[in-house]
Design a protein around this ligand. Structure first.
Ligand SMILES: *[C@@H]1O[C@H](CO)[C@@H](O)[C@H](O)[C@H]1NC(C)=O
Ligand SMILES: *[C@@H]1O[C@H](CO)[C@@H](O)[C@H](O)[C@H]1NC(C)=O
Ligand SMILES: *[C@@H]1O[C@H](CO)[C@@H](O)[C@H](O)[C@H]1NC(C)=O
Length: 357
């Protein structure tokens, strides 16, 4: 049955909603969420002539309020947030039927940014309105509030190989770009020299962070992961009337972003003042106006999620729930942690509903 389906699928690639991730040796695909609850996938390798691959209807709030995505290469999944209905979703994309489900709901304000640690299987989620960063198990939906006091937590990136979590938060005076170890400890301020950050993307190869800033800043900026060499990569003039860069993703030599909500662009990282615009991805309504409302953008690049040994071993560190790597390797490389409302027992591994005295 499966193989028959696979054969049929080979000949009818665009007749079903489906998504196949690029192979390890292939170039990335770009996925972008549309406000109308669509996930659009395209191949950017032919320059401005994007090859449209798939359009997938995603579950979510009425009217569409989907936010930011990340992917799980090994298990063929895409995770995304929905700001309107305050939920986090997961979609299985393996070329067959699409399985979509809610993996986190309840007690959320506005979940926006998220990032997946593919080595320790932890999904980090920002809640912009409840001012916190959570870690969730994408398989069970178990949730732990990791950083309970991050004012306007917007977006997060994770580098599990080097053990760092990065996030942007705040607005004007309170805006910050921070990092911590994967358990939320060892916090470091990378810069407060930012104003209206929205979306963050990590360049794993060159260890730089890229982010967008909303009006009046209207910029894409970048900084080394140690906080050095802050650069304005691209600036859009025009003040409040400008279409600012919104969501951003970095892959290999390029940055991809949506400018305003209606165009998708790409530029070389080092020459971002020159960009191309993927016009063939835009849909046009009356008077030729673009009708798109592009939201989160994601490079599905296999090279981003290189396999590497887990600090938690192959048994989740013996932890009943979360295994969170720490930076201080001299003591223990990780700590077990419990979902909100549960307590860690004396063995430092098992979580229970019972109170620990
Ligand atoms: C996706 O949504 C659009 C617009 O609501 C609809 O026309 C289309 O039939 C849907 N596609 C599938 C495969 O359900
Ligand atoms: C600073 O960043 C720019 C832009 O990414 C890069 O061209 C330059 O080489 C960097 N300089 C240093 C000292 O890292
Ligand atoms: C659990 O952790 C505490 C605090 O770090 C430590 O004192 C205790 O010895 C640990 N218990 C076990 C069984 O490892």
């Amino acid at each position: 049955m499966t193989s028959l389906f696979a054969i049929l699928w080979m000949f009818l690639p665009f007749c079903t909603e489906s998504l196949v991730f690029p192979r390890q040796d292939e170039s990335p695909l770009i996925a972008v969420l549309d406000f109308d609850l669509r996930l659009e996938i395209f191949d950017p390798s032919d320059g401005a002539d994007a090859t449209f691959m798939e359009r997938i209807n995603v579950t979510g709030g009425r009217g569409g309020t989907s936010g930011i995505m990340d992917f799980n290469y090994k298990r063929n999944r895409i995770y995304w947030t929905d700001l309107g209905v305050s939920k986090v979703y997961s979609l299985k994309a393996d070329g067959g039927d699409l399985d979509q489900k809610v993996i986190l709901e309840g007690d959320l304000g506005a979940p926006e940014g998220l990032a997946y640690d593919w080595i320790h299987n932890n999904l980090y989620v920002c809640d912009f309105r409840k001012h916190k960063i959570m870690v969730i198990n994408p398989d069970t939906g178990a949730k732990k509030t990791l950083l309970p006091d991050v004012y306007e937590a917007r977006d997060v990136e994770v580098d599990p190989k080097n053990g760092w979590l990065y996030w942007i938060a705040g607005w004007d005076e309170s805006a910050r770009l921070m990092k911590s170890s994967l358990d939320g400890q060892n916090q470091v301020l990378l810069t407060s020299d930012l104003d209206r950050p929205l979306s963050l993307s990590l360049d794993y190869d060159e260890q730089r962070l890229y982010w967008t800033e909303l009006p009046l800043i209207n910029s894409i900026r970048s900084i080394g992961v140690d906080g050095g060499n802050l650069t304005t990569v691209r600036r859009v003039g025009g003040g409040w009337r400008a279409s600012p860069p919104k969501y951003i993703t970095v892959s290999r030599n390029y940055i991809y972003w949506n400018q305003g909500h209606d165009t998708i662009r790409r530029a070389e990282k080092d020459r971002a003042s020159r960009s191309i615009r993927y016009r063939n991805l835009e849909t046009r309504g009356s008077y030729g106006r673009t009708e798109n409302l592009f939201m989160g953008i994601l490079a599905i690049d296999p090279r981003k999620q290189i396999e590497s040994p887990s600090l938690c071993g192959d048994n989740n560190g013996g932890c009943s729930h979360f295994c969170l790597p720490t930076l201080i390797q001299s003591t223990s490389p990780y700590n077990c942690a419990c979902p909100d409302g549960m307590n860690l027992m004396d063995d430092n591994k098992t979580c229970s509903d019972e109170a620990q005295n």
